[in-house]
Ligand binder design. Structure first.
Ligand code: SAH
Length: 253
């Protein structure tokens, strides 16, 4: 029997609640039930005034609900509710496991719809005031993650990173030194600039600009929030402040 409800895969954006689309806000207000990622801002969730709210993971390295179980819950919810929202950080179609949910919903003949959100790399670029592309410097952007899920076959993320003018590395901060070592061993310049942006668009946002060689030398201290690594020549303009900071430290020593 065809389910009565529709499941909406909705992008919650990078963090700040007012970066939600109007369509997403409207669906949240009308939702009967919301299954949300752990990182969604409480004020965003608060828009879902009538809905039962259920946290279903995902936070790197912490407990998260198995994807198959989430798929099943979405399908079950659509039998009982008209408007089921699956609220995901950033944009659902980028590193959000949306395809698994779409395939499961299709297989179960549940209607679904996707509402885009602002992905972390675009939000971080806006906050930094540095364009991902720039005439004469960067004409392409790669969205990359070095992370592979359990049972997933390895992929050559470094090749994509080396081929791109600018790259946004998601879920990479925990292995930042490995990323730097791999890219340098594969021919990237140690001088290549990058910016690490944590908690982008939130009051707790922090960013640090470094060169690839610095990333290899120093573990990134104290990053507990989600963070994206933006890498490429376009970030060279972010470097001088950090050089000044480094010089100051040398003076003090
Ligand atoms: N679908 C999401 C990405 C999910 S993967 C999107 O489109 O943004 C989770 C990764 O996204 C994190 O490990 C981090 O690399 C990045 N991320 C999510 N929110 C972020 C934020 N507010 N600031 C910086 N990076 C963020």
């Amino acid at each position: 029997m065809k389910a009565a409800g529709t499941v909406y895969l909705v992008g919650a954006g990078p963090g700040a609640p007012d970066l939600l689309t109007l369509r997403a806000a409207d669906l949240l207000r009308r939702a009967d039930i919301v299954f949300h990622d752990a990182l969604v801002h409480p004020d965003t969730l608060a828009l879902a005034v009538r809905a039962e709210k259920i946290a279903v993971g995902k936070r790197c390295g912490r407990h998260s609900t198995a994807q198959r179980f989430i798929n099943k819950r979405l399908i079950d919810a659509a039998q009982r509710h008209a408007i089921v929202v699956r609220l995901k950080g950033g944009d659902p179609m980028l590193f959000g496991r949306a395809q698994e949910e779409i395939d499961a919903l299709s297989a179960a003949s549940v209607s679904f719809d996707i509402v885009p959100g602002i992905t972390a790399a675009l939000a971080a670029s806006a906050e930094l005031g540095i364009s991902l592309t720039r005439r004469g410097v960067s004409r392409n952007v790669a969205f990359i993650t070095p992370r592979t899920g359990r049972g997933e076959k390895q992929h050559d993320w470094a090749r994509s990173a080396l081929a791109a003018d600018t790259c946004a590395i998601y879920m990479g901060v925990g292995e930042a030194q490995h990323i730097a070592a791999t890219l340098m061993a594969r021919g990237a310049s140690p001088d290549l600039p990058l910016v690490v942006v944590e908690n982008s668009t939130l009051a707790t946002q922090r960013s640090v600009a470094l060169r690839l060689a610095d990333l290899l030398a120093a573990a990134l201290p104290g990053i507990t929030g989600p963070a994206v690594i933006l890498l490429g020549e376009v970030y060279r303009r972010a470097l001088p402040e950090i050089v000044a900071f480094a010089e100051k430290r040398t003076d003090a020593a």
